[in-house]
Design a binder for this molecule. Structure first.
Ligand code: 6R9
Length: 683
């Protein structure tokens, strides 16, 4: 990125990829391209037992979900959700017109559907949430009745402090049950939650508060992770000290987790626990329209400004309910654990809404896979007898390094379904997950989806589809996946083909807009290939019709399952006074999937030093957050540009990955710069 805001747009067009109709997309290298996925690796189906009737049932249900999505989802909406007013309309609008709506005239409440109705049906005593704190001994279970009481108190606290239906509430909290309860309390009163992952920096929080016009913030004194304390309230204070947030924020509700001293601003900051003690445990659920916003979640895109992805109520809930039930073959007595953070979409849909809508028992995990040691997940599975476990390939890879002994110490025989999300799961990790963790008996389910899709869109359904290591197989109910020619936008039929991934029909869980910027929503997702939802990923279909996601085709890096926009990284690097220009790329990384490599052109007369590298890493940590910290900072006296002035990222990726086959460099304006970069990358 050049140090000039006006050139931002040019940066987004590198390698000819533009979000315009008929874009020219140069497909990026495959994640883990150095270790190609096995083309074909059919596996047993695990202990779910492939009943041919189940497969037949899927096939006929799938066919009707594709032939007539409107009727398919309408019937499910009436059966699976409780409505104050039943909808008379199902799907209206369409992808081509960017005005998709589901169950528009229906009225319901998300929190009521997640909690109250289970109590009314006599299941109030069932455990809704198992909290597994940072220390393995710190376990608390909450029944549905207890959840309702706490959520209602939080909702009443919000109402008595001025939070109203439609207000945006920013939630920056650790992974304790209160983050889930706060989300549900927002839903109960019709406030729109905007959860900001607790690893984001003060700048990122301030940006999100400002962009969403949020007057209320939920946080806690601190957070605990891996035995360390994270100063959340202090970070929120620093965020609100910035003018763009200061002018907005009226109230900060502070929960207690670490009991450390924090600054308190009179009139603005409130101790939630003190206020809650006097609140009533009864709070009527607000009657909401199906298309009223439920939440916003910011995600990286191909420009510097994160997008506020907006999900609405009825369609999102139905999709969360249905995918949780079907993708994991959820059974009534299952103990379910998704170990993501609630700050990401996986936590929203598959810790909070999906499991609770199904009346299931969901785990809230505060710690890390390595605390107090590398047996933490397995210990937790044994103690709670977890049946469904959902994690990311990066966590599996980081645990594989310790060998088979740690998991072998524990009884993992309760496991039936092993979910994977965030990036393609490489075969070595898949094999280990399947053989060592699942003991060859549990089914590995690779779930492909995005913040924008609201829930799973492609996976191998347990008991229905034969898993293949590294492939997410194909579309689930209602999802008609297509592979398109990136240049012409034509659908590529048949097998053994490659292109970009798209969805040809609306589904209830799809995001409806980007907050305050419907134009950006259209140009990013719906206009590149008119009539399709464009996912931003490349994909191929193998000889047996299975889909293999090959990675993002836009300027987004997927590092340890975190989506990080290269433009955001570049703008934080060039904000350093000694950096004149920066180009950031992802490269294959053994644990993270993709590592973050930053090529920096320094101002004249400046040389790269270890101290400067440290400063630059710090610049990224403070503008985005520690999870985006660069893995490599490479001095780049010049960047490889085409004669038309576009940075050749393909070459930068190869250099960072230590790949010596750089391909054709003759189109570069100055091919000699490449040799210097190869040398510097070794430094
Ligand atoms: C849920 C989530 C979305 C991007 C997506 C893709 C990648 C996620 C994947 C996968 C291959 C899978 N991705 N799951 N790629 N196989 N099973 O991760 O949402 O943070 O929005 O990221 O992650 O590139 O486009 P989000």
């Amino acid at each position: 990125m050049l140090k000039c805001a006006a050139l931002l747009t040019a940066t987004c067009l590198v390698e000819g990829f533009a979000f315009t109709p008929s874009p020219t997309v140069s497909l990026p290298i495959l994640a883990h391209s150095s270790k190609p996925f096995r083309a074909d690796n059919p596996r047993r189906l695990g202990n779910l037992g492939l009943l041919s009737t189940k497969k037949t049932a899927f096939e006929s249900d799938y066919a009707s979900s594709i032939d007539n999505p409107s009727d398919y989802w309408f019937n499910l909406a009436k059966e699976k959700l409780d409505w104050y007013t039943q909808p008379t309309k199902s799907l209206t609008g369409g992808l081509a017109t960017a005005d998709v709506k589901w169950f528009e005239d229906g009225k319901l409440n998300a929190c009521y559907n997640c909690i109250d109705r289970h109590i009314e049906n006599g299941r109030g005593g069932k455990t809704a949430i198992i909290f597994e704190g940072d220390e393995p001994s710190d376990v608390t279970k909450y029944s549905y009745t207890e959840v309702l009481a706490r959520v209602s108190k939080i909702a009443n606290m919000m109402k008595s402090n001025g939070v109203k239906k439609g207000d945006v509430v920013t939630i920056y909290m650790p992974m304790t049950p209160d983050i889930i309860f706060s989300m549900l309390a927002c839903a109960r009163i019709g406030a729109v939650h905007s959860v900001v992952f607790a690893g984001f920096s003060e700048d990122a929080i301030a940006d999100r508060i400002a962009a969403s016009g949020s007057k209320f913030v939920f946080t806690s004194d601190g957070g605990l992770r891996g035995g360390r304390t994270i100063k959340l309230k202090q970070t929120v204070d620093n965020a609100i000290a910035k003018d763009r947030a200061k002018v907005l924020v009226e109230k900060v509700f502070v929960f207690k987790r670490t009991n450390e001293d924090v600054n308190f601003v009179d009139g603005r900051d409130l101790w939630a626990d003190d206020l809650l003690s006097s609140q009533s445990t009864e709070c009527p659920a607000e009657v909401m329209g199906a298309e009223d916003p439920l939440f916003i979640l910011y995600t990286s895109g191909s420009t510097g400004q994160p997008k506020g992805i907006l999900h609405t109520t009825g369609g999102y809930l139905l999709y969360a309910q249905h995918t949780t039930a079907t993708s994991f073959d959820l059974q009534p007595d299952d103990i379910y654990a998704c170990v993501a953070d609630a700050g990401w979409i996986t936590g929203h849909t598959y810790i909070c809404y999906g499991p609770l809508l199904n009346g299931a028992t969901s785990t809230v995990f505060e710690s890390t896979p390595l605390y107090p040691d590398e047996g933490r997940y397995w210990d937790m599975i044994q103690r709670h007898k977890i049946n469904i476990f959902y994690t990311a390939p990066t966590a599996i890879r980081s645990l594989m390094r310790f060998g088979d002994e740690p998991p072998k110490k524990y009884d993992l025989s309760s496991l039936r379904v092993l979910g994977s999300v965030g990036e393609p799961i490489n075969p070595a990790a898949w094999d280990w997950y399947n053989d060592v963790i699942g003991g060859g008996k549990a089914t590995v389910v690779d779930t492909y989806w995005q913040t924008e899709t609201g829930g799973h869109v492609a996976l191998n359904l347990p008991g229905v589809h034969e898993p293949k290591a590294g492939s997410c197989r194909g579309g689930t109910y209602g999802i008609d996946l297509a592979i398109l020619d990136p240049k012409s936008g034509e659908v590529i039929e048949g097998n053994d083909v490659e292109g970009v991934l798209a969805i040809s029909k609306p589904w209830p869980g799809m995001a409806r807009t980007c907050l305050g910027d419907h134009e950006r929503y259209k140009t990013t997702y719906l206009q590149p290939y008119p009539g399709f939802y464009f996912a931003g990923d490349g994909a191929r279909r193998d000889s047996s019709g299975y889909i293999w996601v090959t990675g993002r085709v836009d300027d987004v890096i997927n590092s340890s399952g975190h989506r990080i926009g290269t433009a955001e990284l570049e703008s934080s690097l060039v904000s350093h006074p000694l950096v004149a220009q920066a180009a950031v790329v992802g490269y294959p990384h053994d644990i993270k999937g993709e590592g973050v490599a930053c090529y920096c052109t320094l101002t004249k007369g400046t040389a790269m030093t270890d101290d400067l590298r440290k400063d630059l890493k710090q610049a990224v940590r403070s503008s985005i957050g520690p999870f985006a910290t660069p893995d490599m900072i490479i001095e780049a006296p010049a960047l490889p540009m085409t004669r038309s002035g576009k940075i050749m990222r393909r070459i930068l990726r190869k250099i960072a990955g230590g790949d010596t086959e750089l391909g054709d460099t003759s189109t570069l304006a100055d091919p000699t710069c490449v040799g210097v970069l190869v040398e510097n990358a070794k430094a």
